[in-house]
Ligand binder design. Structure first.
Ligand code: NDP
Ligand code: TDO
Length: 284
């Protein structure tokens, strides 16, 4: 039996892990929402670790509003960098393995081929910079971590681009979506499977890993695929127009496809289209 703390458990990824809990009876999960355990409260974190005997901490807690982070820099760094340090310190102190999630936005997007784990980071947004600082803080403290960088997460839970498009489709809004960035949409349910696989196999190959679904897409391509999979007659579908750029406060990498060679030693990866279709078959 392994005992696992999941922080930020009511977010998108946290809920995906909660969903598969019944299939993993050998894991004793402690799901903690932001209300139950505020990871920026160092005393609360240390007390919680002292009172339990965890094998793993899966940190799903984060400040994820890329736009708002530009004007709430302090808050973004507190959650994404400082609190990641508190968790790493508590993990080091209590001999707990930390599974921490990071992002493709740690890169600047100037590469033209998939990013490998050792590529130079150079975030171009506050969110990306705060997540990178979180990675660095963890690495300075100990070695027993998995930092999983992923991209463009979506699921049936929480707030994400996929759900925004479903809502707009329902409203029959006219969609104008950018072709400026290329990355890989990733079903957060697949990331949840990877995390549980690491725990179940007691994988000790610590380090940074890149994980996403396979293939590449622009946000426009992703939207087109979502609309194609909607259970609606053609006439009922929303109109969709590609645009060169969509005005935003935060800059986003124009290219952020991740190389999955390393993570394929742990889990098989599937194409983003296949994973999207599976999700939409079950939720439409
Ligand atoms: N979403 C995406 O597209 C991507 C996400 N990632 C990373 O994946 C991870 C999971 O993201 P995702 O599930 O989508 O994010 P969500 O925003 O859906 O969930 C984050 C959760 O963290 C909680 N949280 C925020 N502050 C604190 C705090 N101080 N203490 C405890 N909990 C807190 C939030 O709670 P509340 O709502 O109550 O504040 C929320 O439930 C994050 O590390 C993110 O950076 C990486 C790439 C892509
Ligand atoms: C709503 C909307 C957005 N866009 C553009 C804006 C932006 O360039 C792109 C993506 O929009 P979003 O703001 O929803 O996505 P964004 O918040 O940038 O998503 C990111 O979230 C963080 C947490 C990550 O870690 C990243 O991997 C990535 O998933 O789509 C349109 O072109 N049309 C629209 O109607």
């Amino acid at each position: 039996m392994k005992t696992v703390l999941v922080t930020g458990a009511n977010g998108q990824l946290g809920q995906c892990i909660q969903k598969i809990q019944p299939q993993h009876a050998k894991i004793n999960f402690h799901f903690k929402s932001s209300r139950d355990l505020d990871i920026t409260n160092v005393k609360a974190v240390n007390d919680y670790f002292s009172n339990h005997d965890f094998d793993y901490c899966v940190n799903c807690a984060a400040y994820t509003n890329v736009e708002l982070a530009e004007s709430e820099e302090e808050k973004a760094y507190l959650v994404n960098a400082e609190a990641a340090k508190y968790l790493a310190e508590a993990c080091a102190e209590n001999n707990v393995t930390l599974i921490h999630i990071s992002t493709d936005y740690v890169f600047d997007g100037t590469k033209k081929t998939p990013y490998v784990e050792t590529d130079t980071t150079n975030p171009i947004s506050v969110y990306g910079a705060s997540k990178l600082k979180g990675e660095q803080n963890i690495q300075e403290i100990f070695n027993n971590y998995f930092i999983i960088r992923t991209s463009w997460l979506y699921a049936e839970f929480g707030k994400n681009f996929y759900k925004t498009i479903l809502r707009k489709a329902e409203e029959k809004a006219n969609l104008t979506i950018t072709t400026e960035q290329k990355g890989t949409p990733t079903n957060a349910n697949d990331l949840a499977e990877l995390i549980v696989e690491i725990i179940n196999t007691e994988n000790k190959n610590y380090g940074i890993y890149h994980f996403s679904n396979e293939g590449e897409a622009t946000w426009y391509d992703f939207t087109k695929e979502i609309i194609q999979n909607l259970n609606l007659a053609e006439a009922e579908k929303p109109s969709l127009k590609p645009i060169a750029s969509y005005k935003t406060k935060a800059a986003r990498p124009v290219y952020s496809v991740l190389d999955k060679t390393k993570v394929r030693n742990i889990i098989q990866t599937i194409s983003w289209q296949e994973s999207l279709q599976q999700l939409m078959k079950n939720h439409n």
